[in-house]
Structure formats: structure tokens, C-alpha cells
Design a protein around this ligand. Structure first.
Ligand code: SAH
Ligand code: TMP
Ligand code: ZN
Length: 406
């Protein structure tokens, strides 16, 4: 038995994905011997409702000066964050000379909009290489992990903040109590917390189990987020579903009673109960669907190999690490993975050791099938890859079901 990271209740795993490497741990053959693995088991806490990893690698192993994920690799995400920033400026920053802090600001994809508006801002980004890209764009960034200590220092230097923002990072952090303590210290009494992460409801509905990997310690829902923040006197005042990253939820919170609660909040809580997100049985069903999905995908790939077809992966996403390792996808089934990120190219995928090659190699010799690892960017990719399809190329997808797009 392990204990819940949020409320300390004893919990046990509902699924065991086995030994997993780091989702962003792209490596060279000479590093195979030292490759790091952890036991990826996931539990559900019936008391606070949190779905969580029961073991996480140390944070310094994941976030460092060679971090492989640059937010700016997706054009659509840049538009998404511009709209996110505009919404925050319009709705929540009424006081004069506002100050905005973002945790996990990466290459500055969100904060660049506040900087362009001449607004006081600070990014907190421990991965040195991506933080440097933001600084070069003129975005104020500290290379540190956010927590209560840093919050005190930020307040001493800048005063309290009007808004605390975070995208695709809150769910990465096992030590969430110090984060919320930090937010409590950092924010003005009327300040708002706005963050978004992949949504548990979408993962359960679409069997998108690849949202579970080392960096995703938690899969949040409205109920579990409310539980955690209520301990610090905060309440959820709005929820807004997002299509990004395969289905995310944006949560808006503030100190209890400071702002009106949108009717969307009780509505979402009701939906979550109707989906059974509060029931252990839901996660048993989810496990069975993961096993079925895995079996179908590997059979499909084996069948295509037997037919002599060429299959190439599209997008060396961190999420695909769970797919390749859990399903047992080897380089003889998937020739290489095409990716536009220079730091990943020439390396091999974590655990499965499939070569990662520049996008140009995909274009110069189209395979028969492309396995869409970056399914969360499907819209952008399908638009871009009309020529692949026109040349007879087919897409293999696995969310929400394993299949071939003819
Ligand atoms: N917000 C960006 C980046 C998400 S990736 C986007 O949505 O595209 C998560 C980022 O959070 C990484 O750049 C990682 O270095 C950073 N991070 C991880 N733990 C953190 C912490 N405790 N404080 C601040 N940033 C953190
Ligand atoms: P993400 O799912 O974590 O955002 O990662 C997406 C990965 O896919 C990233 O490594 C960049 C890559 N990618 C491509 O290679 N081509 C594309 O068109 C897109 C959108 C992403
Ligand atoms: Zn709990």
C-alpha cells in the first residue's frame, strides 16, 4: 500500500504499466546501459478523488538543462496561449499595473503575450535550456522550481501577484502542497489562479492512457482540484474544457467568496459523478480497455509487418513512451519516428529504442503507414500532411480506438 500524495489515505494501484523509462528520455546507444526505469503504477484515491502515479522519478531527472520539450514546436499551441493570455487580461486583471506569474513557462509561449502588452510578468522555469529561449525573447524568467520559498522571494522583490498561471505543469508536480502554499503566499487577496492540464474525464472516455507517464503525476478533475485547493481556502470559480493535448480542463480559482462561482462548476461536478469518476469500478473498467487497446495495436503492427508494409511513427511525443513500452513496439515494427525537434533527432526513443529522425526523412520517402503518436496535434498534422494521404499513405491511430484512417 502507498499513501495518497494529497490526503495520505492508503491506496493501491488499479493498473501496472510495468517498468517505464522517462517520457522525454531520448538517448544514444552508449547510454542504454545506464537508462533509468521506474515502476509505473497508477492509483485512485476514493477520499480526495485524485488519480496518481504511486512512484515518481526525482524531479531533477526530468527537468534540467537538456529538457527536450519546447512548447513553441506547435503553431496551434502558440495561438491557444495567445487566446489564453488575452482572456486573462480581459477578465481578471482589472487592477492597475498588474503582476502575472507563470509556473512552467518553458520557452515563453504564454508570457510573450503579457510581455508584448508591457505587463509586469515573471516566468518560473527550472529547465535551463528552455528558460534561456524565453529570456532571449525578453521574457523575465527565473530558472528554479516553484514552491513556497521561491514565492516568498518573489513577493519580497515584486509584491504580490494578481494572477498565477500554469499550463501542463501542475499535474507534473508530486509535491503539490508546497505549490499551493506558495500560491497562497504569492497572490493578492483578490488574485486568481488559472491552470490547465489533461483532463481525467477525457482520458477515461477515450482510453488515452498515454497521458500517463513519468511527468504526469496526476490526472485531475474538478472534484479533486476542488478538494486540494479547499484545504488552503481556495475555491474553483470556473472550469473551461479545452481541446488541446487531447482534452484538457482549465480551472479558475480564487479565495473563497472573493468572486462569483460560474454555474459551469456545479455542472461539471455533476458530469463527473455521472461518468463515475468518483468510483473505483470506473478505473477497473479503464484498465481492461487499456489492455484491449494495447493488444489490438500490437496485433495490427505485427500484421502490417507480415504484409511487408513500412510503418513510421509521427511525433516523438513523451506520451508515446507509454505506448511503445507498454505495447512492446520495437524498431522492427516501427522503422523510425519522425520529429521536428532538433534535440530529439539522431537519438533513440526511451526504452523501445526506436530511432528518431528529422521530419525531412518522412517527407522524402513516405511510408505505407504513419503511426500518429502526436494524436493530440491531429488537426494541425492532418492539414499539413495532405500530400502523404494523397500519395496513398494511411494513418494508424489508437485514440479513442485502434484503427486505420483510409
Ligand atoms: N507551459 C508549457 C510547458 C509545459 S511542460 C506548455 O504548456 O507548453 C512543463 C514545464 O514545467 C517544463 O518546462 C518544466 O521544466 C516545468 N516545471 C516542472 N516542474 C516545475 C516547478 N516545480 N516549477 C516550475 N516549473 C516546473
Ligand atoms: P507534445 O505532444 O508533447 O506536444 O509533443 C509533440 C511532439 O511532436 C514534439 O516532439 C514535436 C512533434 N511534432 C512534429 O514532429 N510535427 C508536428 O507537426 C507537430 C505538431 C509536432
Ligand atoms: Zn487522497
Amino acid at each position: 500500500m502507498e499513501s495518497c500524495l494529497i490526503c495520505s489515505t492508503e491506496i493501491s494501484p488499479f493498473i501496472d504499466f510495468g517498468k517505464m523509462p522517462l517520457g522525454n528520455g531520448f538517448l544514444l546507444p552508449e547510454q542504454y546501459e545506464q537508462e533509468y526505469f521506474f515502476s509505473m503504477r497508477v492509483g485512485f484515491c476514493p477520499v480526495c478523488g485524485m488519480v496518481q502515479l504511486l512512484e515518481q522519478p526525482d524531479r531533477e531527472r526530468m527537468f534540467h538543462d537538456n529538457y527536450a520539450f519546447f512548447s513553441g514546436t506547435s503553431r496551434y499551441m502558440a495561438v491557444h496561449f495567445r487566446e489564453f493570455a488575452e482572456g486573462v487580461m480581459e477578465r481578471y486583471l482589472a487592477e492597475p499595473d498588474p503582476f502575472v506569474v507563470e509556473m512552467g513557462s518553458n520557452d515563453g509561449i504564454m508570457l510573450q503575450n503579457f510581455a508584448a502588452a508591457g505587463m509586469r510578468h515573471l516566468g518560473v522555469e527550472p529547465s535551463g535550456n528552455v528558460a534561456q529561449v524565453a529570456r532571449e525573447k525578453g521574457i523575465n524568467t527565473v530558472t528554479e522550481f516553484f514552491g513556497a520559498d521561491l514565492a516568498r522571494r518573489i513577493v519580497a522583490e515584486n509584491g504580490q501577484a494578481d494572477a498565477f498561471l500554469a499550463a501542463n505543469v501542475m499535474c507534473h508536480i508530486p509535491y503539490l502542497h508546497t505549490i499551493v502554499e506558495g500560491i497562497d503566499l504569492l497572490l493578492k487577496p483578490s488574485g486568481v489562479v488559472i491552470f490547465e492540464d489533461p483532463y481525467l474525464g477525457d482520458v477515461v472516455e477515450k482510453t488515452s492512457y498515454d497521458q500517463i507517464y513519468d511527468e504526469h503525476t496526476f490526472l485531475f478533475c474538478t472534484a479533486s482540484v476542488s478538494y486540494l485547493f479547499a484545504r488552503y481556502g481556495f475555491e474553483v470559480i470556473d472550469v473551461e474544457p479545452q481541446v488541446t493535448h487531447g482534452g484538457s480542463m482549465r480551472y479558475v480559482l480564487c479565495r473563497k467568496g472573493m468572486r462569483p462561482v460560474s454555474p459551469a462548476v456545479p455542472r461539471q461536478l455533476e458530469k463527473e459523478r455521472a461518468m463515475g469518476l468518483h468510483l473505483p469500478e470506473t478505473y477497473d473498467r479503464f484498465r481492461k480497455k487499456c489492455e484491449e487497446s494495447r493488444d489490438r495495436l500490437i496485433s495490427l503492427l505485427r500484421e502490417l509487418k507480415a504484409q511487408g508494409k513500412r510503418v513510421v511513427g509521427y511525433g516523438a511525443t513523451s506520451k508515446s513512451t507509454t505506448i511503445t513500452n507498454y505495447c512492446g513496439i520495437t524498431p522492427d515494427l516501427v522503422e523510425f519516428v519522425s520529429d521536428t525537434t532538433p534535440i530529439k533527432q539522431g537519438k533513440f526513443s526511451p526504452g523501445a529504442h526506436i530511432p528518431v529522425r528529422p521530419y525531412e526523412e518522412f517527407v522524402s520517402s513516405y511510408p505505407d503507414y504513419a503511426l500518429l503518436f502526436a494524436w493530440n496535434h491531429a488537426r494541425e498534422i492532418m492539414e499539413k500532411e495532405e500530400a502523404f494521404r494523397a500519395s496513398g499513405g494511411k494513418w494508424i491511430v489508437y485514440v479513442p480506438e485502434v484503427g486505420v484512417l483510409e
